[in-house]
Design a protein around this ligand. Structure first.
Ligand SMILES: [Mn+2]
Length: 405
């Protein structure tokens, strides 16, 4: 079966299993129950790596293990798909349209009880008890409670030396003669090129496996090595193309949420400088929508000059509830960071947008990966300092006195 037809049939396949799961059909159709449903899922960012790894691995396994069903699931609600602009772009190029794709909200919770799950591009999941196989390249989090819930027979391929999970899928795809698909090869190739920053030596985001797989895919596709850089530029431009998004979607496009016991802090990453974003009409309304119910919003901006590829970064801290001291505390932590030094300085032209704090980040190498732990530490320290209001801490303070009397 060809790749596109496989994708077009995925909904029907899932639907059959959903029907099987209803008690009425259980008694009627016992002959189909031997076919086990395997959901192949990427992580909740649904970046290109997660989306491509899920749909290509599901296809390869479906063709090789015909006694079972493999259905790829994109791990976001369907309404968020337009935010994944580079995924939409590459899928469109390969003839894959949004309506054939299946999303997290296409699977009702009841079906999850009786299915196998294959995780790609992540390995910590609330579905852990159902997981039979993992392909991932994130550093191993074997202390996480969900990791401990994995069944003992679960097959693990967690390899932090590769830049892209698509490399691990490509290994499986190329290991056997069948199936062969230009679409699969194109998707895997493009994803590896993007994730490894086109094998840029300074970024060091690749290993020997990434190189080997890309070369094999190129020979299958009759691509020249020289084509990589235009493909890379095209994907980067597609990822940064926010022209069709609303300002709230721009904030949600690439967000992470920092959660402590007492606080929820959303971090937005945008392909535009925050300083430019706040000048747009409707920016305040978008920020309010984005940060509803949070004490603090962290917004990270980045601008890549199309002319010379020069990167600029800036960031903003905004408290919708006007917690100025709290913002100041996080600002201090970011300013004082030495690992790495962020080299934060005020913008040339200052802004008082929503009473926030706006800074240019002159160390453009530092990314959200570096900023996230600094903010988290500041949150926890703030909470520790302001725990004095709690009853339990009050009693703790009184205890020594009681002991003396
Ligand atoms: Mn990845």
């Amino acid at each position: 079966m060809c790749f596109l037809r496989f994708l077009a049939q995925a909904r029907g396949t899932l639907g059959r299993h959903l029907a099987d799961a209803s008690p009425l059909s259980w008694a009627a159709a016992s002959d189909v129950s031997d076919r086990k449903l395997h959901l192949v899922m990427g992580n909740e960012s649904c970046d290109l790596d997660s989306a491509v790894s899920a749909i290509t691995l599901a296809f390869v396994y479906a063709q090789r293990h015909r006694a079972h069903d493999y259905v790829p699931i994109l791990n976001i609600p369907r309404r968020d798909f337009p935010l994944k602009t580079e995924v939409g772009h590459l899928f469109g190029k390969c003839g894959i349209a949004e309506p054939v794709l299946l999303f997290r909200d296409d699977i009702p919770p009841v079906v999850v009880q009786d299915v196998n799950v294959i995780l790609v591009d992540h390995h910590v999941s609330s579905l852990a008890p159902n997981v039979t196989e993992i392909l991932d390249h994130r550093p191993l989090e074997d202390n996480s409670p969900s990791f401990k819930q994995l069944p003992t027979h679960c097959k693990l391929d967690i390899d932090a030396s590769v830049g892209s999970c698509a490399t691990l899928v490509a290994q499986r795809y190329l290991a056997e003669q069948q199936p062969r698909s230009t679409g699969v090869a194109q998707l895997l190739h493009a994803t590896i090129v993007l994730d490894t920053i086109n094998f840029a030596p300074v970024a060091k985001r690749y290993g020997p496996k990434d190189e080997a797989m890309v070369q094999k895919l190129e020979s299958e596709l009759n691509y020249r090595v020289a084509q990589r850089s235009s493909l890379f530029d095209e994907l980067v431009a597609a990822r940064a193309d926010i022209s069709k998004l609303t300002l709230t979607e721009v904030l949600r496009k690439d967000m992470k949420v920092l959660q402590t016991d007492r606080q929820v802090v959303p971090l937005a990453g945008m392909p535009i400088l925050v300083r430019d974003f706040v000048e747009k009409s409707g920016a305040e309304k978008a920020v309010r929508e984005f940060g509803v119910e949070s004490n603090l919003l962290v917004i990270l901006g980045m601008y890549v000059s199309p002319a010379d590829g020069q990167v600029q970064r800036d960031l903003a801290l905004i408290s919708l509830s006007g917690q100025g001291q709290f913002v100041e505390r996080v600002r201090q932590a970011l300013m004082e960071s030495n690992d790495p030094k962020l080299e934060l300085r005020p913008h040339e032209v200052d802004t008082r947008f929503m009473g926030g704090c706006f800074l240019r980040q002159h160390n453009v190498q530092a990314t959200r990966k570096h900023i996230l732990p600094i903010v988290k530490r500041a949150l926890l320290e703030w909470e520790a300092d302001h725990g004095c209001d709690c009853d339990d801490v009050y009693f703790f303070k009184e205890k020594p006195q009681l002991g003396l009397s």
